[in-house]
Design a protein around this ligand. Structure first.
Ligand code: HEM
Length: 192
């Protein structure tokens, strides 16, 4: 398999014992073995990419739902729903991070391809910033729910709702950068 996808990609070495046995078995065995191990590596990369995309699109979709719900005129029932939706957002973020990290470590390009790439670290910094910003809406939604438990009429002020809505908008704008940075690093931009 040629390094057809990018410039200066890291290459992976087969496990020595198995490699020696296959080599002793002759060129046809080597050919078959490398084809199947490449096939396995490609399939693993395909599965990790799917998991990453499913988590990433869920992450962005939930942000869109939060923007649709967090607006002045918010009622008690919606605040309760927001608690569950915001929990789903947290779970999606953990899934994006886990699948993304698995792509770095077990993906077909290997960790060296990403760890030396400034676009990758920019993507990580933007993701961390989204995570940090999301703490504010999460803590406010939890506080709104707590207050409603003692006083079902105690809804948050319109100005506070507008503030939280602005924060979620900033998160969503930053999230739009993630696929752009993903596509850039997938094509070798940012490599030394
Ligand atoms: C909201 C968060 C994220 C979104 C929307 C996102 C989106 C994407 C997209 C669309 C791609 C495919 C790019 C392409 O093949 O053209 C991609 C690739 C990738 N992403 Fe993410 N991503 C996110 C977070 C992360 C995180 C947190 C990590 C690492 C921990 C990560 C690691 C990767 C890796 C390793 C690739 C593969 C690039 C390649 O093919 O070489 N992503 N991402």
């Amino acid at each position: 398999m040629s390094n057809r996808w990018v410039r200066g990609a890291a290459t992976r070495q087969p496990c020595s014992t198995i490699g020696r046995v296959i080599e002793e078995a002759g060129p046809a065995a080597v050919e078959t073995a490398s084809a199947s191990s490449e096939g396995i590596a490609l399939f693993r990369d395909f599965v990790l990419a799917d998991l990453h995309h499913l988590a990433a699109f869920s992450f962005v979709a939930i942000l869109a739902v939060e923007i649709a719900l967090v607006r002045p005129g918010l009622d008690a029932a919606t605040i309760k729903r927001l608690g569950r939706i915001d929990l789903a957002f947290g779970i999606a973020a953990v899934c994006v991070l886990a699948a993304g990290s698995a792509r770095v470590v077990y993906g077909i390009k290997g960790p060296a391809y990403y760890l030396g790439n400034w676009v990758f670290w920019t993507k990580m910094a933007v993701f961390a910033l989204i995570g940090f910003l999301s703490l504010w809406p999460t803590l406010r939604i939890l506080a709104w729910k707590r207050v409603l438990k003692t006083d079902p009429e105690a809804l948050p002020a319109a100005e506070e709702i507008r503030q939280i809505r602005r924060v979620i908008h900033v998160e969503a704008t930053l999230a739009l950068l993630m696929p752009i940075l993903g596509a850039a690093m997938a094509r070798g931009y940012g490599l030394p």
